[in-house]
Design a protein around this ligand. Structure first.
Ligand SMILES: C[S@@+](CC[C@H](N)C(=O)[O-])C[C@H]1O[C@@H](n2cnc3c(N)ncnc32)[C@H](O)[C@@H]1O
Length: 218
């Protein structure tokens, strides 16, 4: 299932889409929910910290961290095209030596990824069938703060997921979107030694930050 999912993501998040997204990012920057997440993360200072951005796409979160003095960043993404566009942007800005890029399904790669101070999943949990295994892997790589955005859940969002499933089936793409339970996501993260330090909604996204409080990594 993971293999199919990631092949599908690689097909969906293609070069044309990545270039379009980069163009939009250059013109307008990040969207409201991402801005909220980033500004909250920056409140406690991110200079000299390390960041792992899972499903980082064209790297918007990385660029924010690097502009604020982060020591190094890692973008792990199922889409090779998005990583290519992100790497070009890193080179253009003189950041290449501080950035790492890895392609594939993070749930399967986690063992070869080192630990990072901050771990982010911006609009990624909704792209993955087994959110527990994805979050478990993210938590294992997180030394301090785990930040994520994921969609709110109501009748409309469930309907959209259903309709997008029909679309992907029609396109013969195994990729699917998911509307996982926000309550279960929070319970799962908390049961793994993290407590929420920020929770908000920027429609249609939950924006949440958790801090490691138990099972100290160091
Ligand atoms: C909706 S996009 C969000 C991209 C970026 N985080 C942003 O907010 O602009 C979801 C991204 O997650 C990636 N992705 C989905 N499942 C993944 C997985 N299991 N491991 C790594 N990347 C994944 C996709 O390839 C895609 O680039």
């Amino acid at each position: 299932m993971n293999y199919n999912h990631c092949c599908g993501a690689d097909r969906l998040f293609d070069l044309k889409g990545a270039q379009k997204e980069m163009k939009k990012f250059r013109k307008k920057g990040t969207d409201k929910s991402t801005n909220l997440l980033l500004n909250k993360l920056a409140e406690n200072g991110i200079a000299n910290k390390t960041l792992l951005d899972i499903g980082g796409g064209i790297g918007a979160i990385q660029w924010f961290f690097l502009r604020h003095g982060a020591a190094k960043t890692m973008d792990v993404d199922a889409s090779t095209a998005y990583l290519r566009v992100a790497e070009d942007y890193a080179i253009e800005n003189g950041w290449r030596e501080k950035c790492n890029f890895e392609s594939g399904d993070f749930s399967l790669l986690e063992k070869k990824i080192e630990d990072y101070d901050y771990v982010t999943l911006n609009k990624v949990v909704c792209c993955y069938p087994d959110y527990r295994s994805l979050l478990q892997s993210a938590i294992k790589s997180c030394k301090d703060q785990l930040a994520l955005t994921f969609p709110i859940r109501n009748i409309l969002s469930r309907m959209l997921v259903f309709l997008s499933g029909l679309y992907f089936r029609f396109k013969k793409n195994p990729f699917r979107t998911y509307n996982h339970s926000p309550r279960e996501i929070e319970l799962f993260i908390r049961s793994n030694g993290f407590e929420p330090v920020f929770k908000s909604i920027r429609f249609p996204w939950h924006v949440q930050i958790y801090m490691r409080v138990g099972k100290d990594k160091f």
